[in-house]
Design a protein around this ligand. Sequence first.
Ligand code: GLC
Ligand code: CA
Length: 544
Amino acid sequence: MTDAPWWQSATAYQIYPRSFCDSNGDGIGDIPGIISKLDYLADLGIGFVWLSPVFASPMADNGYDISDYRDIAPEFGTLADMDRLIAGARDRGIGIVMDLVVNHTSDEHAWFRSACEGRDAPYRDYYVWRDPGPDGGPPSDIQSNFGGPAWTFHEATGQYYLHLFDPKQPDLNWSNPEMRRDVYEMMNWWLDRGVAGFRMDVIDLIGKDIDAGITADGPKLHDYIQEMNRETLAHRDVVTVGEAWSATPENALLYCGRDRGELSMVFQFAHVLDGYEPGKGKWHPRAFDLPRLKRTLNTWQQVCAEDGWNSLFWGNHDLPRAVSKYGDDSAQHRVASARCIATLLHLMKGTPYIYQGEEIGMTNVEFGHIDQFRDVETLNFYRIETERGIDPDAFIRGANANGRDNARTPMQWTAGAQAGFTTGTPWIEVNPNHVDINAEDDRADPDGVFARHRDLAKLRRTSDLIRFGTYHPFDEAHPQVMAYARRLNGEELSVVGNFSSRPAPYEVPDDLAATGVDLFTQEQAILEGEITLDPWQVITVKTG
Ligand code: GLC
Ligand code: CA
């Protein structure tokens, strides 16, 4: 397996720069702040960082609205800082993966500015323009992901432009070959600067056929990704991960199959969507159901068993905190549940992603007033929903459960003022629970959440069984326990976790039974016959 790609041995770590570490007291995390934490990341043992956007941007969507792909937002630093970050990370064996946001740009990008100058402007066709519908209104009733119509009228030129997100995020027109060529040139420019790859924002939207009402997984999608690969990624030793909310077990290998010439892997969201009422989306969460979660995760392990590769993640900057969503963030169970869910996820086959703060078990925040929220999606929906008569407090409860700001409160470094994130006033409030939950305290605890992530990352780097072993789930219908084995060349790892805050009786199937030293606690563990697991206990025994 020595010729396997490097990223199959890597644990990834996502940084949301605005909330990670502020070096100059302006309340906004920045690149020098990240550089100051490179030793922390090296200690955790990660292989690459997925860096959420740091490009020049008016920050309507915190950088997912880029006004210049070849420059850095001044509040984050400079290109020279970026070069120092890439080099400093490389010295520690860490790659920097940039966020490629090319479904859309900012409306302040030079291309869009030019496009607005007239119907014949040179960059007009870089975006998607349509005449008004017969009634003078939008050309179609397609809705933006952030609420409201996906078309905004441009007075001066008398046409509507498409934005599947905020009006400040006009969609690029991927059917224009010059536009595609410019994107590839930009990607090569970053690759030549030494970046280790790209996370591709909403990449499943670029093949859209808007006149047919198709947005995700459109007819030209894979042609474009293959062209992008030929023009930029081919013959470079990089990692790529495409954000694909529409990915299904049926189409996933089109993106990441070995002979497809497309991507290393996708972020598939089936387990996230399982948490919503079918077809309804994030503002309509439904009760957690462990068998359903296991069925989904097991299916995805199966999808990439022979070909392709999985990404493994609980959270990111758009999702609630892992321990609050999947674990138990009460004082009694937070650490054990954070350790347990990390272990169950990271020992599957694929590349695990840690979202900043997850490695110390950071939790959701509880905001009481809409003024405390910063996220454009939450604020747009608040306006729309309260205008429709929804009770503001009910909306805020929903946002506290599932909204994106949960993941965006500042990284909790210490118990001190502003959690050690900034010496100034943070752009979004620090979670008051930083006095109990912070990196300094957690790292000092050998049984803490950080220590478990460090051990998991080390296993990912060093164990062929964990990288490449086959995956065998057990007792999918069990309401409390998640159990599986990994097997390779006569070696076997048995993993059994109690995914609940109550003791779990469990009859260990013969094919999973194992006795030996637990991989993490180093204590003698007996996985055999009738056992009872403590709340959130996870047992891992390797045999053979
Ligand atoms: C992706 C990003 C999200 C962003 C959206 C539009 O879903 O993860 O943060 O708002 O794309 O770029
Ligand atoms: Ca700063």
